[in-house]
Write a protein that binds this ligand. Structure first.
Ligand SMILES: O=C(O)C(=O)C[C@]1(C(=O)O)C=C[C@@H](O)C=C1
Length: 104
């Protein structure tokens, strides 16, 4: 994982090598997204009002700003779009699971 987040990228010599590096990063992202989805689902169960109804835009803004400090090339506007998609996907999964549990 460390080499994945090291900003001093080694020189990439070919398209195949570049795509292999992207595949490795995307595999790590997928694992992190799966973990995030699981934990965000637990958060929905802990909140007095979970799911889309309990959406907290202030917390989402904090998440984006913290990420923007670590990803300056993307910046807050693009990260907000990315994280909106990630957060909404997590809420959808949580709501689907809740519906399956409630039998509704
Ligand atoms: O922190 C919360 O309150 C959550 O519900 C988690 C989460 C997230 O996925 O990070 C999801 C929805 C909220 O709008 C904000 C953040």
């Amino acid at each position: 994982m460390h080499e994945l987040i090291d900003s001093t990228e080694p020189a990439i010599g070919s398209l195949a090598e570049a795509r292999a590096a992207i595949d490795e990063i995307d595999a790590a992202l997928a694992v992190l997204l799966e973990r995030r989805t699981a934990i965000a689902g637990q958060v929905q169960r802990l909140k007095p009002v979970g799911g889309f109804a309990g959406r907290n835009r202030e917390r989402e803004h904090e998440i984006v700003m913290a990420m923007a400090a670590k990803a300056p090339s993307l910046g807050p506007e693009r990260l907000a779009k990315i994280m909106n998609a990630v957060i909404e996907a997590g809420l959808e999964v949580a709501e689907q699971r809740r519906a399956a549990r409630d039998g509704s």
